[in-house]
Ligand binder design. Structure first.
Ligand SMILES: Cc1cc2nc3c(=O)[nH]c(=O)nc-3n(C[C@H](O)[C@H](O)[C@H](O)COP(=O)(O)OP(=O)(O)OC[C@H]3O[C@@H](n4cnc5c(N)ncnc54)[C@H](O)[C@@H]3O)c2cc1C
Length: 356
């Protein structure tokens, strides 16, 4: 008979990826232990949690976009029901054109029926409905919003703890022993080990062949300090601004590909504040509350890293969600569970087999 410290799955990392994967596995009555070092490097704790199905300069979309959105609605809704507090907030986005070329990209997307529910009307520069500078005009984007990630992670930590499924400590690779029937780590054994450890997986001795492309970012939290007009939608131009709770706004974000730490810098702050000056008609209405930084677990081909090690079948990866984890992790968590429990094929774009 299995001892109390024998698990089906040991999961490294309780960011959004590890939390949702653990939750889905526990729903299937698997024995799960999540190990997290107190979110020491969690990009989920810093992220704005924006849901933007048409990211990118050309407003392109993934073929999975509607499945992602359905999973977003269902997953965060289910979790809100469990927690008794909302995590997902739908809020329309106003997208600012940055060139006449982008107007053409918009018109092209607008002509497509499959994105009709995602694109709203075009907005003229002369009569712009938000207090922002919009020299090229813009358009409304639908089915956008944001997720209160720190609150979701705090709830998930309590819920996992209540099930005896969370240990708050760092897992060192040297302490792992690979066995024929799984792995051993300290006093625990497990049939499977899944790495959901964010960008730190790039230093993982079993998966160092995966081309991670970590993308450090800084983000500001601002507070309203004057009763001047400020946007009431998500504004997305060269800089984006998100109205959140209690008169606060998030402003982001920078991208540094040569940094791998969560230290916010004066340079990053000044860059973002300059972006705010260019964006808002009344930048003085906001004062800085805090600046933060984190490292997005991004990948060279901008697709997630999901799947099993080609040689050590007890080792798996559920990672690489880059700048869009809030939108994509709910759907990929289901695909990962189907792969682990039923051997159902993973989406090819995300399967790490593409590199092995
Ligand atoms: C500035 C910024 C803005 C962002 N904005 C958005 C946004 O608006 N929308 C969006 O969707 N995404 C955004 N992101 C990206 C988002 O954070 C990620 O897509 C997503 O949160 C990744 O979740 P994860 O669980 O894979 O990784 P993480 O959240 O990084 O979680 C990994 C966890 O594993 C732990 N860990 C790592 N190694 C170990 C170990 N050896 N032992 C124990 N624990 C370990 C870490 O401490 C952490 O808690 C942003 C990121 C940044 C930095």
């Amino acid at each position: 008979m299995a001892s109390a410290s024998h698990y089906d799955y040991l999961i490294v990392g309780q960011g959004l990826a590890g939390s949702l994967l653990a939750w889905r596995l526990l729903q299937q009555e698997k024995r799960v232990l999540v190990v997290d070092d107190g979110h020491a490097t969690a990009s989920s704790m810093v992220a704005a949690g924006l849901i933007n199905p048409l990211a990118g300069m050309r407003f392109n979309h993934s073929p999975f976009v509607h499945e992602w959105l359905a999973a977003v609605e269902q997953t965060y809704g289910e979790l809100a029901g469990m927690a008794g507090e909302p995590f997902l907030q739908w809020l329309d986005m106003v997208r600012l054109f940055r060139s006449s070329e982008q107007v053409r990209f918009y018109e092209r997307q607008r002509a497509r029926t499959e994105t009709a529910d995602l694109l709203g009307r075009r907005l003229d520069a002369e009569d712009f409905p938000q207090p922002v500078h919009a020299p090229w005009g813009g358009f409304e984007q639908k089915r956008t919003g944001w997720v209160r990630l720190p609150r979701l992670l705090a709830f998930m930590a309590r819920w996992l703890e209540g099930k005896g499924a969370l240990r708050r400590e760092r897992l060192n690779h040297d302490d792992l022993v690979l066995r024929d029937d799984g792995i051993a780590w300290k006093d625990a054994t497990a049939r499977h080990l899944v790495f959901c450890d964010g960008y730190r997986s790039m230093h993982n001795p079993w998966f160092d062949w995966l081309p991670f492309a970590p993308d450090q970012g800084e983000i500001l939290t601002l507070k309203r300090n004057a009763n001047l007009p400020l946007p009431d939608r998500i504004i997305n131009g060269a800089t984006w601004l998100l109205p959140v709770d209690e008169g606060r706004f998030r402003l982001g974000a920078t991208h540094y590909h040569d940094r791998q730490d969560n230290r916010a810098t004066e340079e990053g702050k000044q860059k973002l504040l300059a972006g705010m000056e260019t964006l808002l008609l009344h930048p003085d209405a906001l004062e800085l509350e805090k600046n933060e930084a984190g490292v997005r677990p991004a990948t060279a081909d901008r697709q997630p890293f999901i799947g099993s090690h080609p040689e050590f079948q007890q080792l798996h990866m559920f990672n690489g969600f880059g700048a869009h984890g809030s939108l994509t992790i709910p759907w990929y968590a289901r695909r990962m569970v189907e792969w682990l429990s039923e051997g159902k094929e993973l989406p090819k774009n995300a399967n790490i087999q593409r590199y092995s």
